[in-house]
Ligand binder design. Structure first.
Ligand code: HAM
Length: 383
């Protein structure tokens, strides 16, 4: 026998038994997104590498070490399998001049690719459903997107297990002032920094705050907070968002250490987290990215969005809610030549009436067929 070939590590098949849950999740989410006025956009899996370098940022984990990038042997182009879809969406919006028709609410679903170390809830091919609102300065759309998520968690039956953390990253000059204060703080404790943080002190000091190294936590706790460097406009934006959330009945906590792993954010950032999934507990993340459209070559336009990790949401659903019922109503059992000839039109008639019918195919005795009927999850067997 030939050696069996296997799937690429960190990339999963979604088998029919699981696919039912995927479909239920996708249907619920799509219906709800459209109820909020979001329209679907589908962009290619491959983009020019420069798009992600310029948007996500050179000194991020994603760009530094997680992108599936290669040179097209046929024409020499540098290409990357999309690690996320915000950059692609913004690229498409600019390329097709969609903002000419006014602001846009867009959503997408599909696989993303990051070369991370695979573990439960973290894969190399994973899926996101995301939403991007372009041309809206907020904070009203920021609040609306969070209310959307909260409603979705309720509809999916997982609301009890997720909580919302928010923060404000302010404006570029406020981040610059904070960055200077951070460098000063960490440089004063240079011997206490680990190798990663020492490197980030020059490349991206903000990301030191994201360090999971227990030995670094004391130093991180004592670091200057960006919230204390916010100017009036940023503070007003953040406070308006908070009061909208309160009015919407949405509970949240402010996490001043929340910085997100992509460089394009400003003002509002947030994450939905759960304690039920172990280390990979962030099921959804997002925020504002008012500078990105211009950075990618468009006319300046404010924007905000989020993306959820489908595998993680599904894992939480599987933990909390019973699996959805089977979709087959009737299993058609038949034996003998004449009966077999009848089975096909009978099954068709059932489907005409809107009934989900599976016709037995491939022979076998009554007993074996009834066992199949049972396994199909059908409510009735038509004999
Ligand atoms: P992100 O935080 O990098 O943000 O990813 C969003 C979500 O995707 C995460 O919260 C997580 O649930 C899921 N995710 C990320 N990496 C993996 C992985 N390796 N395996 C499984 N799930 C994963 C973004 O991608 C931004 N584009 C979100 C956004 C949209 N911001 C504004 N608009």
């Amino acid at each position: 026998m030939a050696e069996a070939l296997r799937a690429v590590r960190g990339m999963n098949d979604i088998l029919p038994d699981e696919a039912r849950l995927w479909q239920r999740f996708e249907d619920t989410t799509r219906t709800l997104l459209e109820r909020y006025g979001y329209r679907n956009i589908r962009t290619p899996l491959l983009e020019h590498t420069a798009l992600f370098r310029r948007s996500i940022g050179e000194a991020t984990d994603i760009v530094e070490k997680e992108m599936y990038s290669f040179q097209d042997e046929l024409n020499g182009e540098h290409l990357t399998l999309r690690p996320e879809c915000t950059a692609s969406t913004v690229r498409a919006v600019i390329e097709h001049n969609l903002l000419y028709n006014g602001p846009q609410r867009l959503w997408y679903v599909g696989p993303m690719f990051r070369h991370e170390r695979p573990q439960k809830g973290r894969y190399r091919q994973f899926h996101q459903i995301g939403a991007e609102a372009l041309g809206y300065p907020g904070p009203d759309v920021d609040a609306e997107q969070l209310l959307f998520c909260a409603r979705l968690w309720r509809d999916l039956g997982i609301a009890g297990a997720v909580r919302l953390e928010i923060n404000s990253l302010g404006a570029a000059d406020e981040r610059a002032a904070h960055r200077a204060a951070l460098i000063e703080h960490f440089a004063a404790h240079r011997d206490a920094l680990d190798a990663d943080s020492t490197r980030r002190l020059v490349t991206n000091p903000l990301r030191i705050l994201d360090s999971k190294n227990p030995a670094m936590q004391g130093l991180i706790e004592a670091a200057p907070r960006l919230l204390d460097h916010l100017g009036d406009a940023s503070r007003a934006h953040f406070e308006a968002l908070q009061s909208m959330l309160r009015e919407g009945g949405l509970a949240f906590t402010i996490n001043p250490r929340l910085v997100r792993g992509l460089d394009y954010y400003n003002l509002t950032v947030y994450e939905w987290v759960t304690d039920r999934l172990g280390a990979q507990g962030t099921i959804c993340g997002g925020g504002r990215y008012d500078g990105l459209v211009e950075q990618i070559g468009g006319k300046p336009a404010p924007a905000a969005g989020f993306a959820m990790g489908v595998e993680r949401v599904l894992a939480l659903m599987a933990e909390m809610a019973p699996a959805p019922a089977a979709q087959t109503d009737v299993y058609v059992v038949h034996q003998g030549e004449q009966a077999s000839r009848l089975a096909l039109p009978v099954a068709e008639q059932l489907r005409d009436a809107g009934i989900a019918a599976v016709m037995h195919a491939g022979g076998g005795g009554f007993k074996a067929q009834m066992r199949r009927a049972d396994a199909s999850g059908a409510m009735f067997a038509v004999i």
